[in-house]
Design a protein around this ligand. Structure first.
Ligand code: IMP
Ligand code: MG
Length: 171
C-alpha cells in the first residue's frame, strides 16, 4: 500500500498551515457568527481539523457536489445537492479540498449568493497552478501545487485513499 504513493505534502505541513489559516479567520470573525459550509466529500479532513482551531461562534452545513460524465478528470457537468439551509444575512465560509478548474467552487458560490448572505469567503486546501476556467479565485488556499493528480487527506481517486494522512501522488 505505502509504496503505491509518493508523498507530496506531509501531514505536519498541512497542520501548520491550518493553524495559520485559523489565526487569520479567528482575527477576521472575532465577535461575529459564521456558517462554515463544507463541500462533500473532499473537504472532510480539512474541515474537521480547521474547526478545532477556531475560537469564534460558528455553525456547520454541508453541500454535496457531484461530477458527471467524467472524461479523465474533466467532468462534463457538476451537480449540487443539499442547498436547503438559510444563508440570508449570514457570514459564510466555504471550505473545499481543491481548486482545479474552479468550476465547482464557482457554481457553489453563485448558488450561495442567491440566498443573499452578508459575506462569503472561500478557503481551499489546494490550488492548482494552471489556467482556471473560473474568474473567481479562492480567498484562502493552503498550498499552490503543480497540475498533477493528488490523493489523500480527503481527496480521492475513484472514492479511495481519502484517509491518507499526507497528500500524495499515485505512482
Ligand atoms: P474543479 O475542477 O475546480 O471544479 O474541481 C472539481 C473537483 O474535482 C474537486 O472538488 C475535486 O473533488 C476533484 N479534483 C480535482 N483535482 C483533483 C485531484 O488532483 N485529486 C483529487 N480530486 C481532484
Ligand atoms: Mg471534491
Amino acid at each position: 500500500m505505502t509504496n503505491k504513493f509518493e508523498k507530496y505534502i506531509e501531514s505536519s505541513a498541512i497542520q501548520q498551515k491550518i493553524k495559520f489559516l485559523a489565526d487569520e479567520l479567528n482575527r477576521e470573525y472575532h465577535g461575529k457568527h459564521a456558517v462554515i459550509i463544507g463541500v462533500l466529500k473532499g473537504s472532510i479532513c480539512f474541515l474537521s481539523d480547521l474547526i478545532r482551531e477556531l475560537d469564534f461562534s460558528f455553525s456547520i452545513e454541508f453541500v454535496r457536489a457531484q461530477s458527471y460524465g467524467m472524461h479523465g478528470k474533466e467532468a462534463k457537468e457538476t451537480k449540487l445537492f443539499n442547498f436547503d439551509f438559510n444563508v440570508s444575512n449570514q457570514n459564510l465560509i466555504l471550505i473545499d479540498d481543491i481548486f482545479d478548474r474552479g468550476v465547482t467552487l464557482d457554481k457553489i458560490c453563485k448558488n450561495l449568493m442567491k440566498g443573499d448572505p452578508k459575506s462569503l469567503k472561500t478557503a481551499v486546501l489546494l490550488k492548482k497552478k494552471k489556467e482556471h476556467e473560473s474568474r473567481l479565485t479562492p480567498d484562502y488556499f493552503l498550498f499552490e501545487i503543480d497540475d498533477r493528480f493528488v490523493v489523500g487527506y480527503g481527496l480521492d481517486y475513484k472514492e479511495e485513499y481519502r484517509g491518507l494522512k499526507d497528500i500524495c501522488f499515485v505512482k
